[in-house]
Design a protein around this ligand. Structure first.
Ligand SMILES: NC(=O)c1ccc[n+]([C@@H]2O[C@H](COP(=O)([O-])OP(=O)(O)OC[C@H]3O[C@@H](n4cnc5c(N)ncnc54)[C@H](OP(=O)(O)O)[C@@H]3O)[C@@H](O)[C@H]2O)c1
Length: 394
């Protein structure tokens, strides 16, 4: 095992309590020499070679918080003939194409259920249950910290800064929350999901994502008055004949939507399929024990020689990823000079007040992507209204 932090210790607890499955942890590699550990020091090493070069170890469980180092460890393990279980979404999302090739070349396996939505078994379901399904779309709440912050802002009328501090105090957000609040963490997970749902590897930086940093109390008030909630929603879905689009954006949800009910640190995933129709997964997306349980499930699956087959990739669905689509968005701005910041294809509603203005209309995803820097820097917000993305007709 690499790492003995929140997830590493969580896994250890889950493993100790598991009645059905038994595994011996041979060694645990950690980083800091002087940290107090809850189990005897003889289990620990600070040298990764003690694990990677030990021929008696047949499985590496990678649970460290450094994605670059994790990549080196996972690469070395897979090339050296060891199977790997990881919960590192950044590492998996950034290197998935290569990691798939490495598994094939070295006849080794990499499982990473814990990397996407904690205890919700979405990857295994995409691989095994929806393997022959035509999937129209997948969306969800993939990040517990941002969902907790948005829930607090909505239900307790907190502003963003206060809700963030609250989340940090309770351990639902990191001291450096950027990966979560910028939508980057949700984006990594979306990139991994797209591979398993559609067989395409889309690099995280090629998926448009905006997080929750610009959402303010006026946006919350607008949502409240309309009976909506605001959630950060990653989306991937089919457009046109052979197109696939994807993005991460805050979105309004009406009360009849399953994701409306997903509050605080919980996660949810909605799968829309041609034959199975709409299905909803709900559960804890993070935390030592929930994530540890997903990791244990992968360890157990590995003992039965389970490996992802990347079935959708092999089916060669002929899809191409596109941002040539339009979305309907709510664009809120304070300063009148920002009124023309975004070039809408069509405006359906607008409001102008002394310090609160908004425009609702259809806009191309490419236009949003081109203005991302300005959107983030100015006193404005964008929220997807949830209308289905449409292929752009120019
Ligand atoms: N926390 C969650 O709820 C959650 C949920 C899903 C996925 N994940 C993912 O799981 C992974 C672990 O997260 P975490 O929250 O458990 O992190 P964490 O509590 O910060 O623990 C990180 C662990 O990694 C060890 N470490 C860091 N760099 C290392 C290196 N170069 N070599 C060996 N050990 C190293 C640390 O060693 P020391 O003990 O010596 O500091 C520590 O034990 C991350 O990829 C994270 O994204 C976390």
């Amino acid at each position: 095992m690499f790492g003995y932090g929140v997830v590493g210790q969580g896994l250890h607890d889950v493993l100790m309590e598991s009645s059905g499955f038994h595994a011996d942890i041979a060694r645990i590699c950690v980083k800091h020499h002087n940290k107090k550990r809850r189990i005897p020091m003889r289990y620990f090493t600070f040298d990764k070679k003690d694990i990677l070069d030990d021929p008696s170890i047949n499985l590496v469980v990678e649970l460290i918080d450094d994605a670059e180092e994790a990549y080196k460890i996972v690469r070395a393990a897979l090339t050296g003939g060891k199977n790997v279980v990881s919960a590192n979404k950044k590492m998996v999302a950034e290197h998935l194409d290569e990691l798939i090739d490495l598994q094939e070349e070295h006849k080794t396996s990499l499982l990473y259920e814990g990397a996407v939505c904690g205890a919700i078994p979405i990857i295994r379901n995409l691989e095994e249950y929806y393997d022959n399904e035509l999937l129209f779309s997948l969306r969800g709440i993939f990040n517990g910290s941002t969902n907790y912050i948005l829930s607090k802002m909505f239900n307790e009328n907190m502003d963003y800064e206060e809700a963030l501090k609250n989340a940090q105090k309770l351990g639902f957000a990191e001291s450096d929350p950027w990966l979560d609040v910028s939508g980057t963490d949700a984006n990594y997970k979306l990139s991994i999901i797209i591979e398993h749902a559609y067989g395409l590897y889309i690099r995280p930086e090629d998926i448009f994502h905006v997080g929750i940093t610009n959402i303010n109390t006026q946006d919350m008030q607008f949502a409240r008055e309309k009976g909506y909630r605001i959630k950060l929603i990653p989306y991937a879905g089919r457009v046109g004949e052979d197109g696939l689009t994807g993005f991460v954006l805050p979105r309004f949800l009406t009360q009849d939507k399953k994701l409306y009910t997903v509050e605080n640190e919980y996660n949810g995933v909605v799968v829309e399929a041609a034959f199975a129709e709409k299905q909803f997964f709900y559960g804890k997306g993070a935390g030592g024990h929930p994530t540890g349980s997903a990791v244990l499930s992968d360890i157990s699956a590995n003992s039965f020689f389970y490996a992802y087959e990347y079935k959708k990739r092999k089916q060669k669905l002929g899809l191409s990823f596109t941002s040539d689509v339009t979305l309907e968005i709510y664009f809120r701005y304070r300063d009148k000079k920002d009124a023309g910041l975004l070039d809408f294809d069509e405006v359906t509603e607008s409001y102008a007040g002394p310090d609160y203005n908004y425009i609702i209309g259809r806009i191309s995803l490419q236009e949003l992507a081109g203005k991302k820097k300005e959107i983030l820097e100015r006193e404005v917000s964008i929220i997807n209204t949830g209308l289905k993305p449409e292929k752009r007709v120019s």
